[in-house]
Design a protein around this ligand. Structure first.
Ligand code: A2P
Length: 271
C-alpha cells in the first residue's frame, strides 16, 4: 500500500513515511509489543511513541524482533512535557534512547509547550533551553530531525525568534472537524510538517453520521475516510489501534476523496 511507504520530505530533506502508527495509551508489555509487531507486519514503517507513554521498551523490542531493517524505519519519541531544563532534557533523551535501543531516533519532539498539569502556562524560556539540547542532539546525529508537539502559533513564534533550527514537525490534535487552521497554516508557511494525532478523535468520529454517509458512498469505513482526509490535506496521520484488523484497515487508504467529499468534510465542526 503506497500510503505506508510514500513519504513527506521535511525541511531538512529527511523523508518520513506518510502514515505513522500511534502508540499513545497502548499499555506497555504484550499490548504495545503485539500491536507494533502487527503494524510492522502490515507494512507500517513509522512508529510514534514517547517517554511519557511508558512503552518505549516494548516498542523497541517489537521493532528489533520484527527483523525489518532499521534504515527502513522511522521512529519518533518525545521529551516529557514537564521537562523544561537542559540537564533533565539530556537525561530524558538518554532514557528514551536506552529504552528503545534502536540506535538513533528519527524525530525527537518536545511533547508540549507546558506541563500537562499547567496547560497554557508560560514556559518560553524553558522551551528555548531544551531546544538548544535538541539542536545538540541533531548535530551529534543522535536524532535525524527535531520538532515540537501541541505548539500553537504563539509558542512557535517565540521558539523561532530565539533559536537556530526551525522545528521540522509539529504534532497536534487534528481530525475531521478539528483542523486547527491557524496553527496548521503557520506551520506550513514555515515548512514545518504537521502531524495529526487522534485522527479518529480517539474513536469519537467512528459513529459520526455525516462521515458515515460519505464512507458508505465510497465503500470505505469511517476510519479510512477520516485518515484519508488528513493525507489529502498534507497532514501526517498517526492512527492507533490494538486490534489487528483495524491496524490493517487504517493503512488501507489508497483512494482519493473528491472535491465534493472534501468540501463536505471541511464544513463539519467537531471541536
Ligand atoms: P482499538 O485500539 O480497540 O482498536 P485515535 O487514533 O483517534 O486516537 O483513535 C483510537 C481509538 O479508535 C481506539 O480506541 C481504537 O480502538 C479505535 N479504532 C482505531 N481504528 C479503528 C477502526 N478502524 N475502526 C474502529 N475503531 C478503531
Amino acid at each position: 500500500m503506497s500510503a505506508l511507504t510514500d513519504t513527506f520530505r521535511m525541511a531538512n530533506g529527511v523523508e518520513i513515511p506518510k502514515i505513522g502508527f500511534g502508540t499513545w495509551q497502548i499499555t506497555d508489555g504484550p499490548s504495545a509489543y503485539d500491536s507494533v509487531r502487527t503494524a510492522l507486519e502490515a507494512g507500517y514503517r513509522h512508529i510514534d511513541t514517547a517517554l511519557a507513554y511508558g512503552n518505549e521498551e516494548s516498542v523497541g523490542r517489537a521493532v528489533r524482533d520484527s527483523g525489518v531493517d532499521r534504515d527502513e524505519l522511522f521512529i519518533t519519541t518525545k521529551l516529557p512535557a514537564e521537562i523544561k531544563d537542559a540537564a533533565r532534557a539530556r537525561e530524558a533523551f538518554e532514557r528514551s534512547s536506552k529504552g528503545l535501543d534502536l540506535g538513533h531516533v528519527d524525530l525527537y519532539l518536545i511533547h508540549a509547550p507546558w506541563p500537562w498539569n499547567a496547560i497554557g502556562s508560560d514556559h518560553r524560556a524553558g522551551n528555548i533551553e531544551v531546544w538548544k539540547v535538541f539542536e545538540e542532539l541533531l548535530d551529534a546525529g543522535r536524532t535525524r530531525s527535531i520538532g515540537v508537539s501541541n505548539f500553537e502559533v504563539d509558542d512557535l513564534e517565540s521558539l523561532l525568534a530565539a533559536t537556530d533550527v526551525v522545528p521540522h514537525a509539529n504534532q497536534i490534535r487534528w481530525f475531521v472537524g478539528h483542523t486547527q487552521p491557524e496553527t496548521t497554516a503557520f506551520s506550513k508557511e514555515h515548512d514545518i510538517l504537521v502531524e495529526g494525532y487522534s485522527p479518529l478523535a480517539t474513536g469519537e468520529l467512528l459513529d459520526d453520521r455525516e462521515i458515515a454517509a460519505i464512507a458508505e458512498r465510497l465503500g470505505r469505513s469511517i476510519a479510512q475516510v477520516s485518515i484519508r482526509y488528513l493525507l489529502e490535506k498534507d497532514v501526517l496521520p498517526l492512527p492507533k489501534s490494538t486490534t489487528p484488523s483495524r491496524i490493517r484497515e487504517n493503512a488501507d487508504v489508497d483512494f482519493t476523496l473528491s472535491g465534493e467529499d472534501l468540501a463536505e468534510l471541511d464544513g463539519l465542526s467537531r471541536d
